[in-house]
Write a protein that binds this ligand. Structure first.
Ligand SMILES: Nc1ncnc2c1ncn2[C@@H]1O[C@H](COP(=O)(O)OP(=O)(O)OP(=O)(O)O)[C@@H](O)[C@H]1O
Length: 723
C-alpha cells in the first residue's frame, strides 16, 4: 500500500522491522507508536514461527498405532504446517481494535489468521472471530464498545503507516479512510485478491449471515458480489468448521477462466478445501461416467430443455414403466405355495406410487412389501415366521420377477436418451406440458444410438441429473455459493438446489448481466426453482471497480436491458480514463479498408493502455478475436488468452466478450460495440453482453468503433466523451 495516510495518521519511511520488545505487553511508547506496532508485528511473526516449529515437531508415533489413522493425522499435521507459513507479502495483521471494556482484554490485532504466543494469548486474532466484527461494522453512530480502530498500511511487506479513528470521540469528524481508498484503487495484476482488510459494513452483513439461511445478492457490476461470496465461505468454514468439513462446500462459477481468476482467494485466507466447478462440470461428473458434453443446443432447444416443465416430463417418464401386475406372485417354500393375488400386488404398487419417495427407494421397498403380504398369509396359516423369513421371501426369484415386471430399474441416462430420440415417447410424457413445436425443439436432430456415443449438450446433462435425482436422492453439501446465477436455467437452479437441499446457499448475480436466452427475470422465481423460496434478497449498490464516468456510460443501457434496476454508484475517487473513438466513416468501415483502420486504432489504444501500470483487457466480439490477435501479433504485442495469468511482464489479454463476465482489468479497450451486440441471438442479450464488457474496467476504458454505436448507448448530443 503506497498512499500516504491523512491526518492524524502517521507516515514513516520503510525501514527494517524493529526487534520485538522483550515483553510485547509493554505499554506503547507514546513518542513512537509506529515503532511499537512494528515491534508487535515482529513479535507476532516470531510467535507464528514458533507455532510452526511446534507443529513440525509433533511426533504422531506416540499418538496412534494404527497406520491409517497415522496417515490421516500426518496429512492434517502437514496441512497445519502449510497453513502456518508466514507469507512475505501478506501482512500478519491489517487492523487493530482497542475496546473500551472488553472482558478478555483491551487491544486486538486483526489479521488473516490467529497467532498466539507461548502462553496461548492471542497476538493476532482471525478476522472472522466475533471480537473482530466491530472492525468492519463499528461506526461513530454505533461504536460497539470500540474506542480506537486503527488501520495499517504496508509497503513491500513493511509496516509503514497507520490511520486512527476514535469512534467515541465526539470532537473527531467522520471521514473516509485514505488507506481503504488506496487499497480499493490499487492497480490489478494477476488473479483476484482477498478484501479482508477493507470489507464494507453492508458486505460484512452478508459475509457473516447465519449458515442456516440462504442469501441472495443482487448487485450491479463491481459491487463485490464475488468477493463477498468467497469471504462468506471462509467465514462459514471458520464458524462451522466441523459441520462443513463433514458436509462440504462448493463455489459454482460460470466458466473455467472465471474459476481460475478467483481460485487463489480462499487459499490465501487459509481455506484449501473448497471445491470449485461450473454447473456443467458438477452435473456431468455426477450423472454417468460415459455422459460427456460434446454437443450444443440452439437457443430455442436449450430454452425448452432448461424450462422447469421438463422436470414434470421427466417425472412422468421415469415412472412410466411402472405397471400394475396382471399375474399373482407365487412363492414356494418347502412343500407350501403362497400366493399373493394380482389385485393385492396392484394395491401395493399403487400405494408406493402415491408416496413421496424416490423411484429407486420405492423399488427397493417393493419386495419387502410383497414379502410382508406372504408373511401375513403364513401367520394366518398358523406359522410363526420371523424377519429372516421375510428377507428370504423378499429375495425369492418369484418376488424378484414380479418386481422387475412391475417396477423396472431405470437408467437415468438411457431414459433421457430415449426422451430426446424417440418422438412418440416424448409426446406421451410431454402431453399437455410442451407444445408440438417445443417437443420438436427438444428432440435431437439425429437420434443417438447409445449413451456413450450420444452428443450430449450441457442442457441434456442437466436433464440426466434431474432423472438421476428422481431415481435416487443427490447428496447435499453443507453450503453452496452460486456466482453469476442470473444465467442459470430453471433446470440448472434445480440441479444446484439438489446439492444444497439440506444445506444453504449464497446466490450472487445481476439481472442486467443475464446473457442466456433463459436468463433470470426475477430472484423470487429463481429461488423457488432452487428450492429456497424463503431466502433473503439483498442488494449491493456501492461499486468498487468501475470509475464513475464509465459506470454512468454503461448505465445508459439499463433502461433497455433491466428497466427496474438502479444505476450503481462508484466509490472510486480516482477520475479514471474514458474515451470513445470513432474510426473512419461508418459506410467505409463496412469494407476491408475500414476494418484495417479499426484494427490499427485498437492496437494503438492497447499500446496506450500498456503505458499505465496494471492489467489490460481487449474485449471483442467472438468473430473479431482472430483478426485482432493477428493485428496485435503483427504489431509485436504479446497477448494472453482468458484464463492465462497476467504478470508484470505480460499484461495484455484478448478476451472474447462471451468470457468477460466476472473478470476485471485495469484498462479495457472495447472493440466495436455493434459487433458485440450483433454476435448474440437477440438485441436484448446483445446489449446485456455489451453492458458486461463495458463494466470490466478498473481505471480506464477506451471504446473504439467504426460502425455506429448501438442507439441505446449514444446518449444526447455532446455526451460522448473523447470525440
Ligand atoms: N470492500 C472492498 N474493498 C476493496 N475492494 C473491493 C471491495 N469489495 C469489492 N472489491 C473489489 O472490487 C472488484 C469487484 O468485485 P467483484 O468482482 O466481487 O464484483 P462483482 O459484483 O462480482 O462484479 P461482477 O458483477 O462484474 O461480476 C474486485 O476487484 C474486488 O476485489
Amino acid at each position: 500500500m503506497t498512499a500516504p495516510a491523512p491526518e492524524p495518521a502517521q507516515e514513516a519511511e520503510p525501514e527494517p522491522a524493529a526487534p520485538p520488545p522483550s515483553n510485547p505487553a509493554d505499554e506503547p511508547d507514546p513518542s513512537d507508536p509506529l515503532g511499537h506496532e512494528r515491534g508487535h508485528l515482529a513479535a507476532s511473526r516470531a510467535a507464528l514461527r514458533a507455532m510452526r516449529e511446534d507443529a513440525e515437531a509433533l511426533d504422531i508415533g506416540n499418538v496412534t498405532a494404527n497406520w491409517v489413522n497415522a496417515e490421516v493425522l500426518q496429512s492434517e499435521v502437514d496441512a497445519r504446517i502449510k497453513s502456518l507459513a508466514d507469507l512475505a507479502h501478506t501482512p500478519l495483521f491489517f487492523g487493530r481494535l482497542d475496546y473500551l471494556r472488553h472482558a478478555a482484554g483491551h487491544t486486538f490485532y486483526i489479521g488473516r489468521r490467529h497467532v498466539h504466543d507461548a502462553d496461548g494469548d492471542p497476538m493476532v486474532v482471525d478476522w472472522r472471530a466475533p471480537v473482530s466484527q466491530p472492525f468492519y461494522r463499528a461506526s461513530k453512530k454505533d461504536p460497539q464498545d470500540v474506542a480506537l480502530r486503527r488501520r495499517f498500511g504496508y509497503t513491500g511487506g513493511e509496516l509503514t503507516a497507520y490511520e486512527d479513528e476514535h469512534l467515541t470521540d465526539p470532537a473527531e469528524a467522520e471521514r473516509t479512510s485514505a488507506l481503504l481508498q488506496s487499497e480499493i484503487e490499487r492497480p490489478r495484476v494477476g488473479p483476484m485478491r482477498d478484501i479482508v482488510a477493507t470489507i464494507q459494513p453492508e458486505q460484512d452483513e452478508i459475509v457473516r449471515a447465519g449458515i442456516d439461511g440462504t442469501v441472495c445478492v443482487q448487485g450491479a457490476p463491481g459491487t463485490g458480489k464475488t468477493a463477498v461470496g468467497l469471504h462468506r465461505v471462509a467465514y462459514l468454514l471458520y464458524a462451522h468448521r466441523e459441520r462443513l468439513h463433514r458436509t462440504g462446500t462448493l463455489v459454482i462459477g460460470p466458466n473455467d477462466s472465471f474459476l481460475h481468476y478467483i481460485e487463489q482467494v480462499l487459499p490465501a485466507l487459509g481455506e484449501l478445501e473448497v471445491k470449485q466447478a461450473t454447473v456443467t462440470e458438477l452435473v456431468a461428473a455426477h450423472v454417468h461416467a460415459h455422459v460427456q458434453v460434446r454437443g450444443e443446443d440452439g437457443a430455442e432447444s436449450a430454452r425448452v430443455k432448461g424450462d422447469a416443465r421438463m422436470a414434470e416430463v421427466l417425472r412422468r417418464a421415469v415412472r412410466s414403466g411402472v405397471t400394475a401386475p396382471a399375474e399373482p406372485c407365487v412363492v414356494v417354500r418347502g412343500s407350501r405355495r403362497w400366493r399373493v393375488p394380482a389385485y393385492e400386488l396392484a394395491e401395493i404398487v399403487q400405494e408406493l406410487l402415491a408416496r413421496d419417495m424416490r423411484y429407486g427407494a420405492a423399488r427397493e421397498a417393493l419386495p419387502q412389501r410383497i414379502a410382508h403380504a406372504v408373511l401375513v398369509r403364513m401367520e394366518q396359516a398358523g406359522e410363526a415366521p420371523d424377519d429372516r423369513v421375510q428377507d428370504a421371501v423378499a429375495r425369492d426369484p418369484a418376488v424378484k420377477a414380479t418386481v422387475k415386471a412391475a417396477w423396472p430399474a431405470v437408467d437415468p441416462a438411457k431414459l433421457v436418451l430415449r426422451l430426446l430420440s424417440d418422438a412418440d415417447f416424448l409426446a406421451e410424457h410431454a402431453d399437455g406440458l410442451l407444445t408440438a413445436d417445443e417437443q420438436k425443439a427438444v428432440l435431437w436432430e439425429r437420434p443417438a444410438r447409445g449413451v456413450k456415443s450420444a452428443r450430449w449438450s450441457a442442457a441434456d446433462v442437466v436433464l440426466v441429473d434431474e432423472a438421476a435425482d428422481l431415481v435416487s436422492r443427490t447428496p447435499s453439501l453443507g453450503h453452496v455459493v452460486l456466482d453469476e446465477a442470473q444465467d442459470l436455467s430453471p433446470m440448472q437452479y434445480r440441479a444446484v438446489g439438489r446439492r444444497c437441499s439440506t444445506g444453504s446457499a449464497t446466490v450472487l448475480g445481476d439481472l442486467a448481466q443475464g446473457t442466456t436466452p433463459w436468463a433470470t427475470a426475477s430472484w423470487e422465481e429463481a429461488l423457488r426453482h432452487l428450492g429456497k423460496p424463503d431466502a433473503l434478497v439483498e442488494e449491493l449498490t456501492q461499486g468498487f471497480r468501475v470509475p464513475r464516468e464509465v459506470i454512468a456510460y454503461a448505465s445508459r443501457l439499463l433502461p433497455s436491458i433491466a428497466p427496474g434496476l438502479a444505476e450503481a454508484t462508484s466509490i472510486r475517487e480516482a477520475q479514471g480514463l474514458f474515451s470513445v473513438r470513432e474510426v473512419g466513416e461508418a459506410r467505409e468501415a463496412r469494407g476491408r479498408g475500414g476494418r484495417e483502420e479499426l484494427d490499427g486504432a485498437v492496437v494503438r489504444a492497447c499500446r496506450e493502455a500498456l503505458e499505465h501500470e496494471g492489467s489490460v483487457g481487449l474485449i471483442a466480439a467472438g468473430p473479431r478475436v482472430a483478426e485482432l490477435a493477428a493485428a496485435l501479433d503483427a504489431a509485436g504485442l504479446d497477448v494472453l488468452g482468458p484464463g492465462e495469468e497476467t504478470s508484470a511482464e505480460r499484461r495484455l489479454t484478448l478476451v472474447p466478450a462471451t468470457l468477460a463476465k466476472g473478470l476485471e482489468y485495469d484498462y479495457v479497450v472495447l472493440d466495436e460495440p455493434a459487433a458485440v451486440v450483433a454476435a448474440e441471438p437477440d438485441e436484448r442479450t446483445g446489449l446485456r453482453r455489451l453492458y458486461v464488457a463495458l463494466t470490466r474496467a478498473v481505471s480506464g476504458l477506451t471504446v473504439v468503433h467504426a460502425r455506429p454505436l448501438p442507439v441505446a448507448l449514444r446518449g444526447g448530443a455532446g455526451e460522448s466523451p473523447g470525440r
